[in-house]
Design a protein around this ligand. Structure first.
Ligand code: HPA
Length: 275
């Protein structure tokens, strides 16, 4: 058994000592969604620090825990706070929480994030349904011996963001009058924001939004056969698209402002994801 798989199994066992809750949907809460727990009938919370060996985020606003509970009648586990590759963790640690939620029984992974808008028709505060992704310089989390216990060596990636889940989210947006952009999310490593030349490159390559998370998580979840969907909150237009420089504070502030709509859409979408 590989070290990575052994560590994962130890973390799963540690969670199972605390709860026997079986989630259907695993949700990663991005910037602005930190207080989403208000919308969950909470059954159990586990701070990441209570799970031996679990990577704990160092980013302000990302201090983390798992929240188990139900949204409507759908059992969910939410990650309040994620770890990012730029914090210095091995990419296998960055995706450990995703694999853990999969092993707890989650069939669906709902990824959310704050992202910079690359598409010139986007506006700060827009929500974007992720239709596909581009990994740019972020290492593939499947590099190394294949974890045969989880999935195959060469997983297909032709429909990572499940078309039927995309359709459910579109429906939820229509029913709740939430305006929804659609596009391709690109992950760079961060932690520096991009240069204007890099943003022009990314637009040429076909990305609509840019961020520092999500793609590696989607690759790991796809490997183990989870169904995946995702929404980005466009917190700002990317570098060079406006006259002002980018700050983390501004990104968080804009994400907080878009949060009410984001939460409404997330809740309505999850409720459609019951069996
Ligand atoms: N670039 C990268 N990541 C981000 C941005 C951005 O402009 N905004 C929010 N996350």
């Amino acid at each position: 058994m590989s070290e990575i798989y052994e560590k994962l199994i130890r973390c799963v066992a540690c969670v199972r000592e605390k709860t026997d809750f079986v989630p259907r949907v695993a949700v990663v809460l991005g910037s602005g969604l930190g207080d989403y727990a208000e919308n969950i009938r909470v059954e159990c919370e586990i701070p990441y620090g209570d799970i031996e060996g679990f990577p704990v985020s160092t980013v302000p606003g990302h201090a983390g825990k798992f929240i188990f509970g139900t949204v409507g009648s759908v059992p969910v586990v939410c990650m309040k706070g994620r770890v990012h590759y730029y914090e210095g963790y091995a990419v296998s640690d960055v995706v450990l929480p995703i694999r853990l939620m999969g092993l707890l029984g989650a069939k669906i992974l709902f990824l959310t994030n704050a992202a910079g808008g690359v598409n010139t028709s986007f506006h700060p505060g827009d929500l974007m349904l992720i239709k596909d992704h581009i990994a740019l310089f972020a290492p593939n989390p499947l590099i190394g011996p294949n974890l045969d216990e989880l999935g195959t060596r060469f997983p297909d990636m032709s429909a990572v963001y499940d078309p039927s889940l995309q359709e459910l989210i579109r429906q939820a947006a229509r029913e709740n009058q939430v305006f929804l952009q659609e596009g391709v999310y690109a992950q760079l490593t961060g932690p520096s924001f991009e240069s204007p030349a890099e943003i022009r490159m990314m637009r040429t390559l076909g990305s609509d939004a840019v961020g520092m998370s999500t793609v590696v998580e989607a690759i790991a979840a796809n490997h183990m056969g989870m169904k995946i969907c995702g929404i980005s909150c466009i917190s700002n237009l990317a570098a060079g698209m406006t006259a002002s420089p980018l700050t983390h504070g501004e990104v968080q502030e804009a994400a907080d402002k878009a949060a009410p709509n984001f939460k409404k859409l997330l809740t309505a979408s999850i409720q459609k994801m019951g069996r």
